[in-house]
Design a protein around this ligand. Structure first.
Ligand SMILES: Cc1ncc(COP(=O)(O)O)c(C=O)c1O
Length: 373
């Protein structure tokens, strides 16, 4: 629909004659942007930053030359990440959020490899992070979705069957997985890596909440790639993701990323934050403690099946109806994620762990709603 006042020439133009055929399979990623609600829907870190930390950001505004493009190599920030995480600089690629990496992987490593196929394909288990699908299909590759087992763990036999049959170019494993919450069995992932046939991405967006990481094993294999993000540790507004990959992989990804994909303010603030880890790490500790409390409290509701989580959110199946609970909470100004759809997602909701007062408010609302059902 055109905005009021716009005038368009009365001329035929057939957009569909240029639209990629696979676009019909996609819908835009939708997120509610509510105001005045307790926001437990997007797996952000709900802890506000200390006022002193926020104050200390002020002078950075003067340092960043707003009239200039930012450093395309993000030299200082990359150097600091390299030092902090012990990964060589040439293995690091930064992204406008880690979800930017998925289309870049498709662009660089999507070559068809099966006879008779004109597109490459990417494997991931389901359910998982929805951007694996969008960043693959939307940029011209096929997806190979392998359902998780009943405990939300990787179905190893099915994965190897899919690898034998389809030779995927890239396998994505988010661990801890979103929305299921648990870490995947590392041995299963290791055996996929050691086939040496695909690039294997471990997306560790929630690593700070699990305490487990593949970081110390990155150098071991030429086909292992790790994604990290600043979004879950208190800096979602920066849009900063970190890819750590063998230099040959990083080299190709640099060719397809935008030269200035990391804004100057993001570079400056992330560098500042990395040099003051004490200012945001306590927010992670707080969420880990609250996760334990919320998990225990949610289990008291007989209407909820609560799945164990290593991340900053908890997945629940609502015996009395997921969409109904979602709406009842929304009417009490609490926003969670409604994941309901027929099949394995039936009546699932995902709740981001908030700060203490938010979780207490959520538990009170749940008590009110569920005692009435
Ligand atoms: C597994 C996983 N990876 C990546 C992301 C997104 O990270 P970013 O904000 O850096 O794009 C999310 C966000 O929910 C996620 O769940």
């Amino acid at each position: 629909m055109l905005q009021t006042g716009w005038k368009q020439a009365n001329m035929p133009f057939d957009l569909h004659s240029i639209l990629q055929p696979w676009m019909a399979q996609l819908a835009a990623y939708h997120v509610d942007q509510p105001t005045g609600m307790i926001k437990l829907d997007a797996n952000e870190n709900s802890c506000p930053h200390d006022p002193e930390f926020v104050e200390s950001l002020g002078p950075l505004l003067k340092e960043v030359a707003l009239n200039r493009y930012p450093d395309p190599a993000a030299t200082r920030l990359t150097g600091e990440i390299s030092r902090a995480w012990g990964v060589p600089r040439e293995c690091i690629v930064l992204g406008n959020g880690s979800d930017e990496f998925i289309p870049l992987m498709t662009a660089a490593f999507g070559r068809p490899r099966k006879p008779g196929k004109d597109r490459g394909c990417m494997l991931y288990p389901t359910p998982t992070f929805s951007m694996f699908r969008i960043g693959t299909i939307g940029f011209g590759c096929e997806v190979l979705e392998v359902p998780l087992d009943r405990r939300w763990q990787l179905d190893e036999a099915a994965i190897h069957g899919a690898l034998d049959e389809h030779q995927p170019n890239v396998c994505y494993f988010a661990t801890p997985n979103n929305p299921t919450g648990a870490l995947f069995d590392e041995q299963v992932i290791t055996r996929v890596i050691e086939r040496g046939e695909s690039l294997v991405v471990v997306d560790e967006a929630y690593a700070d909440f699990s305490g487990a990481s593949w970081l110390d094993r990155l150098e071991r294999w030429p086909n292992l790639v790790e994604f990290r993000t600043f979004s879950k540790i208190g800096f979602a507004a920066l849009r900063l993701g970190v890819m750590m990959a063998p230099p040959a992989v990083a080299h190709e990804i640099h060719k397809v990323r935008g030269p200035y994909n990391i804004g100057g303010l993001t570079q400056a603030i992330a560098l500042h934050a990395l040099r003051r880890p004490e200012s945001w790490r306590k927010g992670i500790e707080l969420i880990r403690r609250e996760r334990q409390r919320l998990d225990a409290e949610l289990r008291r509701f007989s209407q909820l099946e609560v799945f164990p989580s290593d991340a900053n959110f908890i997945l629940c199946r609502v015996r009395t109806g997921g969409p109904e609970l979602f709406e009842a909470l929304k009417s009490r100004r609490i926003l969670i994620r409604n994941l309901h759809s027929p099949g394995v997602m039936e009546n699932l909701v995902r709740i981001t762990v908030g700060v203490e007062s938010e979780n207490t408010r959520l538990l009170e609302a749940l008590a009110e709603i569920l005692s009435a059902t």
